[in-house]
Design a protein around this ligand. Sequence first.
Ligand SMILES: Cc1cc2nc3c(=O)[nH]c(=O)nc-3n(C[C@H](O)[C@H](O)[C@H](O)COP(=O)(O)OP(=O)(O)OC[C@H]3O[C@@H](n4cnc5c(N)ncnc54)[C@H](O)[C@@H]3O)c2cc1C
Length: 294
Amino acid sequence: MKPPIFEYASPSTIAEAVSLLASRDGNAKVISGGQSLMPMLAFRLASPELLVDLKQLKDLNTIIIRDDGVRLGAKVRWCDIESDKRLDRSHPLLAEAIKHVAHYQVRNRGTVGGSLAHADPSAEMPGVTLTCDGLMTIVGSRGMRIEKASDFFIGPLTTSLEPDEIITEVHLPSWPADRRWAFREFARRKGDFAMAGVALFYDLDQENRAVDAHIGVIGVSDCPIRLTAAEAALNGNALTEETFSAVVAAAKGSIDPPSDIHASGAYRRALLGTLLGRGLHQSASRGETNASPI
Ligand SMILES: Cc1cc2nc3c(=O)[nH]c(=O)nc-3n(C[C@H](O)[C@H](O)[C@H](O)COP(=O)(O)OP(=O)(O)OC[C@H]3O[C@@H](n4cnc5c(N)ncnc54)[C@H](O)[C@@H]3O)c2cc1C
């Protein structure tokens, strides 16, 4: 189908963009890369009166890497992340996860801000942002606010964004060089949305026990979620088969994945367990410490 009729605006400042959004009482939408919104329009799942295109807002295109972490402007595209080789060291989990997003053509247009705002339960960027305790900078008529990822994702395609708000940046906190991590997902074809996926990381204490474990999953719930029971099963423990089995069991016991045309809930639970187990083994062999991974 063709999209419904809409008006179009291309503001040159964030303030102007916010004011245009606020002027339509919920009937205006931001368009960034258009890779999720255009299909929504074509399927008539969205029919805003006005599209507010962010294309002239050049300040939102930058990737900044400092001691306190990585800051991605909302208009940073998947191909920008992929081609910025600094990220392989500064945030390897992000760099790895983004390799799984969509296909070449979509990656040239799709943006970080669009993915976060769209909040697909299987999307990689929301999963990574939640797992890493990311912070979003959001600007609207009432000013600027910083939102934790844990408060931002509410449900399927649902976030805490107000209709007149724009994400301008996401901040992922700094990443120690010897951190243990993994990103694993399964999709039927390369570039498809994941049936299930897991992002995980932890550090090691002086006895080579895992501390500060973060385990976030996609595709197995209404929105990306952290698996706190699995994190607790990993924290304080050595990187052994016994520990990893306990972590996987805790993870599988704490999710209730949906069934749909792609997979049953039972299949997704089993898949997540397999991905997590593989990710834990992979993570154990990373890093520069003297730990003796299994
Ligand atoms: C064939 C195909 C395969 C795909 N596969 C994957 C995949 O495997 N993994 C994955 O993660 N994604 C996938 N995508 C989605 C793709 O990554 C999208 O680009 C992304 O989800 C949205 O980014 P966008 O810039 O295109 O946003 P748009 O489509 O422009 O906008 C999406 C939504 O976000 C809002 N929005 C956009 N930017 C902002 C902002 N800065 N502030 C507030 N609201 C904003 C819009 O109003 C709209 O509601 C796929 C898309 C296609 C077409």
